[in-house]
Design a binder for this molecule. Sequence first.
Ligand SMILES: [Zn+2]
Ligand SMILES: [Zn+2]
Length: 273
Amino acid sequence: MQVIILGSGSPIPDPERAGPSTLVRTSIGDLLFDCGRGVLMRAAAAGSGAGAFQALLLTHLHSDHITDLNDVFTMRWVMSFSPNPLPVFGPSGTARLLHATEAMLEPDIGYRLTHHDDLKWRPSAVVTEVGSGVMLDQGTVRVTAAPTDHAPVRPTVGYRVDDEGRSVVIAGDTVPCAGLDRLCADADVLVHTVVRRDLIEQFGLPRLTDVLDYHSSVPDAARTAERNGVRKLILTHLVPAPTPGTEQEWLDQAAANFNGEVVLASDLLAVEV
Ligand SMILES: [Zn+2]
Ligand SMILES: [Zn+2]
């Protein structure tokens, strides 16, 4: 398997970091986890694209994780030459989100159906709402979901991909919790969203301080990895985005709590699993 961080950013726009999104290349093809700002630009750079995703898997419905759902949904439709429904997995509310997205795009859908004679079908998705357990079992690939804790955002899920004896966990946004621990048990790679508690507390901005109670700090994520025997930890969704020269601080905060390898994500970081 291969993990490619398509977007290592957060809700805060950044010139170097697209919104939260991770591509996992498996033996059955590309699985896309979340679809934040700029996802298809980064997917193009990684040699993938909307038509090629085997599935889109959403961790939760916070806007930064779904900003470009409309782009994925539309480009899959327009760039496929036969009907190619998008398989979408996500927590409860995902079906409603897809319906609302389709409704929002209704004028565009009409324009394109009218303009392209060879386009005779509408865009579509096949939505499966997930909570816990194995939700995709195809070839050598098994994807398992478990509830995470991003309260008051509910429900939220994390995912684990197993393929040919290797494993990757996509935590999404969460504080340490039992569901994530289950997914992480003995995993090769954990992709975890993190915030810097120490820096955010220094800023003292209430709008920013609010995010501390429902995200993992760098030490939190590192302790989750350590507690569950994870081998490699990828820190992503970096809040605030590291200023040049401060990358080592993030790594040090993780290394103080985790004996495995730590990687600080940048866009298009590729890690072999
Ligand atoms: Zn969130
Ligand atoms: Zn987020």
